[in-house]
Design a protein around this ligand. Structure first.
Ligand code: GAR
Length: 196
């Protein structure tokens, strides 16, 4: 069984979808959920699901990303994960940290990469007049929101869509896409999952 650690910064709905999926004949199990702040909502949800939780507050490390990541790595390593899933983890990771988890770290991003790396993806897709938007799961490499694509889900843009409304529909697809990709990835398969 592959051991999975999940990193988050917010409410953790993707974490919940991932954790729920890892039962039965799934090749992986969640061993740790970590946040970069004690008050990330996802931590309580993970604890309620019986998953070990931890956090390393990034704020005392202001300006020293390397030291923050060293503490994060230390805490993560105690759980000996095989796979790291970023699920709404809003800190940019340095090349050094990424290198240590090379080929074992996944991220979900709310756009059809390579379009709209970074933030405010829904508003940017609407501003551009795109007919479709969506989400991507990719392997993490040192460049932001880059790296081999392991899955994508498309979401049609509707007339009169707001960034919030579009984000909510994309998030529903994230909850389907990420578990599907993780299941394949944990079984050693890397061909992309395409939804719907
Ligand atoms: C998700 O939409 C995820 O794709 C996005 O944050 C949200 C987290 O929601 N991630 C990023 O923007 C990464 N740069 P959640 O906490 O409910 O899973």
């Amino acid at each position: 069984t592959r051991r999975v650690a999940i990193l988050l910064s917010g409410g953790g709905s993707n974490m919940v979808a991932l954790a729920r999926s890892m039962t039965g004949d799934h090749p992986a199990r969640p061993v740790l959920v970590m946040a970069n702040s004690a008050d990330a909502g996802g931590l309580e949800k993970a604890a309620a699901m019986g998953i070990e939780t931890g956090f390393v507050d990034h704020r005392p490390f202001a300006g020293d990303r390397g030291a923050f990541e060293e503490a994060l790595h230390e805490r993560l390593s105690q759980a000996a994960p095989d796979i790291l899933c970023l699920a709404g983890f809003m800190r940019v990771l340095t090349e050094g940290f990424v290198a240590r988890w090379q080929g074992r770290m996944l991220n979900i991003h709310p756009s059809l990469l390579p379009k709209y790396r970074g933030l405010h993806t829904h508003a940017r897709a609407l501003e551009a007049g795109d007919a479709e938007h969506g989400c991507t799961v990719h392997e993490v490499t040192p460049a932001l929101d880059d790296g081999p694509i392991l899955g994508q889900a498309r979401v049609p843009v509707q007339p009169g869509d707001t960034p919030e409304g579009l984000a909510a529909r994309v998030l529903e697809m994230e909850h389907r896409l990420y578990p599907a990709v993780l299941r394949r990835f944990a079984a050693g398969r890397r061909e992309p999952v395409l939804l719907p």
